[in-house]
Ligand binder design. Structure first.
Ligand code: MN
Length: 233
């Protein structure tokens, strides 16, 4: 058995509500433009575009406690750091070519998350046909609250999803407004990748994305999954 030539960081992990055990994160997938009104605000056509996916580095996740203010570091190399409130799906098992009707069987649980984005870098990348990592995978760019097991909360298909800045509502919608359901996202993703236990999916953001500044506090929530509170510094 070989050992490593440098020290090995522990695997990124998220706390699970109701237990002191952690959910170990493998990969982080994200869907783009999954709420019609957000697709429109980003210049897309929500009725005809098939879903597209991108990835965030697993160690870009920032585990945050439920309802307790945490510090969120503003990243370098942007002057337009946008909030995207999303429901996060954590897979307890995986597979290839998973049928839609079996997809939710693979879900371990759900959490509140933010797909924080350097929007100026993303706009540049789109214009120059460059990749999105710099825009989407900044350090700490995936704050996520504790995971609620599906065995306790079921599979949320409706319910309010909301993001406030300093108490003012910026994004508000309902999970039922997703264009592609969680089951459909899992099924389609599994045609591109073999999904595995520990994979996490950011299921898209509703309309109202915008910039946050240092000194402001973001409060993100999904009905039934608690809230995350982040002071941007
Ligand atoms: Mn997003």
């Amino acid at each position: 058995m070989s050992s490593y030539v440098i020290s090995v960081d522990p695997r990124p992990a998220l706390p699970v509500v109701g237990t002191d055990k952690l959910f170990p994160v493998r990969r982080v997938y994200c869907i783009g433009r999954n709420y019609a009104a957000h697709a429109r605000e980003m210049g897309g056509d929500p009725t005809r575009e098939p879903p597209f996916f991108f990835a965030k580095a697993a160690d870009a996740l920032q585990p945050v406690p439920d309802g307790v203010a945490a510090v969120h570091p503003y990243p370098p190399q942007t002057s337009s750091y946008h909030h995207e409130i999303e429901m996060v799906v954590a897979l307890g098992s995986g597979g290839r070519d998973i049928p839609v009707e079996k997809a939710l069987d693979h879900v371990f649980g759900y959490a509140v998350g933010l797909d924080m984005t350097r929007r100026d870098r993303q706009d540049e990348a789109k214009k120059l046909a460059r990749p999105w990592e710099v825009a989407k995978s900044a350090d700490f760019s995936g704050p996520v609250g504790p995971i609620h097991p599906a065995s306790k909360v079921g599979h949320p298909a409706k319910g309010k999803i909301e993001l406030l800045i300093d108490g003012q509502v910026k994004q508000t919608s309902d999970l039922s407004a997703m264009i592609w359901s969680v089951a459909e996202q899992i099924a389609i993703l599994s045609t591109y990748f073999e999904l595995k236990a520990g994979d996490v999916i950011f299921s898209g953001t509703p309309e109202g994305v915008g910039a946050v500044s240092r000194g402001q506090t973001m409060t993100g929530s999904v009905e039934g999954l608690g809230s995350i509170v982040l002071k941007v510094e």
